[in-house]
Design a protein around this ligand. Structure first.
Ligand code: PEP
Length: 251
């Protein structure tokens, strides 16, 4: 049985004040004995403060990116050891915004997954197709390419043991155009089969989240699908009630 996970990706939003209010509301609403693991991923500059605010709760802290390099002369970058130092457990990697706007390709994302795993952090690895790729029947080929870079190397396969996958069709992110539960389930099943072809035990235990315009109103239907183990939530993670409804939908 895979314990569901709901991760909130705040992206580049908020202020110290809004972060405090958001964490207080989520902490109170999630309470103790939540059925899902809950992770919140604020911008880097708020990580320390959010970690302190989360004390006494089981909500975990995640970052939205990391450098694949160790500490050193890399101006503007953040290392795995820094994220561990401020209490992070998870890191979102390969988000479509990083891929599209900052040129992160499959090889770099794979390097980051491997570096994170070596540091003892858990990657939340995003994969997913563009609208044009879906429309031309390339969804599975794209997702396979994004996964194979890890599945086909010994280090990559080892790193996947501690990874959470997030299937995020790019056309559904921030657009209000959620994939139907059936569309999402089909791709999740494909991902699980692809992993099973290399490691059946890993395929059984790995958590595969869906991301793309998940809201309180559509989460129950999505999370009811066999291979959907929770969600990666953008916009709705900035709304206390909506995010809590999603957390409670993941059972
Ligand atoms: C995301 O940023 O990963 C995401 C899924 O965003 P949204 O929920 O707003 O579509």
């Amino acid at each position: 049985m895979r314990k569901p996970l709901v991760a909130g990706n705040w992206k580049m939003n908020g202020s110290r004040e809004s972060a405090q209010a958001l964490v207080a509301g989520i902490k109170e609403g999630v309470g103790s004995g939540a059925t899902a693991d809950v992770v919140i991923c604020p911008p880097f500059v708020y990580l320390s403060e959010v970690k302190s605010l989360l004390s006494g709760s089981e909500i975990a802290l995640g970052a939205q990116n990391v450098s694949h390099r160790g500490n050193g002369a890399y101006t503007g970058e953040i290392s795995t050891s820094m994220l561990l130092d401020v209490g992070c457990e998870y890191v979102i990697l390969g988000h479509s915004e990083r891929r599209a706007l900052y040129g992160e390709d499959d090889a770099l994302v794979a390097e980051k997954v491997i570096a994170l795993n070596a540091a003892g952090l858990k990657p939340i690895l995003c994969v997913g197709e563009l609208l044009g790729e879906r429309e031309s029947g390339k969804t599975e080929a794209v997702v396979a390419r994004q996964l194979d870079v890890l599945l086909n190397s010994v280090e990559g396969l080892a790193a996947l043991q501690n990874t959470v996958i997030a299937y995020e069709p790019v056309w559904a992110i921030g657009t209000g155009m959620t994939a139907t539960p059936e569309q999402a389930q089909d791709v999740h099943a494909f991902i699980r089969q692809r992993i099973a072809s290399k490691d059946a035990a890993l395929a059984e235990k790995i958590r595969i989240l869906y991301g793309g315009s998940v809201k309180g109103s559509n989460a129950v239907e999505l999370f009811a699908k066999q291979d959907i183990d929770g969600g990666l939530i953008g916009g709705a993670s900035l709304q206390i009630d909506d995010f809590l409804a999603i957390c409670h939908a993941a059972k």
